[in-house]
Design a protein around this ligand. Structure first.
Ligand code: ZN
Ligand code: ZN
Length: 347
């Protein structure tokens, strides 16, 4: 089978490897769609703590496919099933795992990071993922491509809940990348009356309007604040979600958010830009709720899927381009260019 293998920083290549047979308690998945995530771009550039030096790893954690073979001991899965997989598995025993947040487990393992993932024609579905209920059967109404985007969408769903978006709230999203646009759509599902996108790149900002944002603002414009206050009845946004790697946006959000407002530091700030300096008195005097979140629980993965199944949310418009694995270099370059939303491999 063909697989895109990560060997180390700036060293990934498409190679022919032996197709693994599933063990007794595993299944073999024919990957149908796998999306490139910002995390994959970061891994390619600077590695990842889950991938030890000189380990070969098949990346890809946003995925969907068809089960083609199951081990003797597997009863839940059958060949021919169309599935998507929540990639994270926890230890199953610690407090966070027991509370359902395996993605927060200290020893969690993620397909495409700690375990081989989906940038390959076939992949093994590990026993843990099968037994823990991470494998979700997808209905015919959901394409493999859309199903592959369920993972990032579920982290966005988790983020919207974490920062308490309520019906009629005015919400500002910082950053109009694929995640920022998912947040825009999700804020509407949560009942936001107004969604404002703050984005420096004009083209990206325009895409946000196409996907349901009500207003776009450029944070570098002189009248940014004035316009934002106008759009929010003079109070500032009730919720600000920062989906951009910007320390400045984090610091400013404390000034801009409304009294009793909610802020989600959703995007990762590169380590070299930490620590970020914040005026914590603003949190104190304005009684601001500041949260962050990363990844998704299996529970929220399934809850988010309901939004797709019911047609409440249609994210097919986020799929910008699909590539075959042979053109991985071009696919990664396009995803990195920031000219598009989601780039996927299809098989
Ligand atoms: Zn991802
Ligand atoms: Zn655990």
């Amino acid at each position: 089978l063909k697989a895109l293998i990560y060997h180390g920083k700036n060293d990934i290549s498409v190679e022919e490897i032996k197709t693994p047979g599933p063990g007794d308690d595993q299944a073999l998945l024919k990957v149908k769609a796998a999306a490139i995530c910002g995390t994959d771009l970061r891994i390619k550039k600077s590695g990842h703590r889950d991938i030890p030096d000189r380990t070969d790893r098949i990346l890809g954690h946003e995925l969907a496919g068809e089960v083609v073979e199951v081990g003797d001991k597997v009863i839940d899965l059958k060949p021919g099933m169309r599935v998507a997989i929540a990639p994270v598995i926890g230890c199953g025993k610690c407090t966070v795992c027991l509370s359902g947040d395996a993605n927060m487990c200290e020893s969690c393992r993620i397909l495409g990071l700690g375990i081989d993932g989906a940038f390959a024609e076939y992949m093994i579905i590990p026993r843990e993922h099968i037994e823990n209920g991470n494998v979700m059967i997808i209905p015919p109404s959901i394409s493999f491509e859309t199903a592959a985007l369920l993972e990032p969408l579920a982290t966005v769903f988790t983020g919207a809940e974490a920062c308490n978006i309520r019906p009629s709230n005015k919400v500002m999203i910082v950053g109009a990348g694929p995640i920022g646009i998912m947040h825009t759509m999700m804020a509407k599902v949560f009942g936001a009356s107004v969604v404002i996108i703050s984005e420096i790149a004009k083209e990206r900002a325009k895409q946000a309007i196409d996907h349901g944002a009500d207003h776009i603002l450029n944070p570098t414009d002189g009248d940014f604040r004035e316009k934002l206050m106008e759009m929010t009845g003079g109070n500032g946004p009730d919720n600000i979600i920062i989906a951009a790697p910007s320390p400045q946006a984090q610091a400013e959000s404390l000034e801009l958010v409304s009294v009793n407002g909610n802020i989600n530091f959703f995007g990762t700030i590169p380590t070299e830009k930490q620590p970020v300096s914040l005026d914590t008195n603003l949190i104190h005097y304005k009684r601001i709720n500041v949260v962050g979140n990363t990844g998704t629980s299996v529970k929220n993965y399934f809850r988010t899927a309901e939004l797709l199944k019911s047609g409440t949310l249609d994210i097919s418009g986020l799929i910008s381009r699909t590539f075959s694995l042979e053109n991985a270099e071009e696919a990664f370059a396009l995803a990195e260019s920031k000219e598009v939303l989601k780039v996927l491999f299809t098989f």
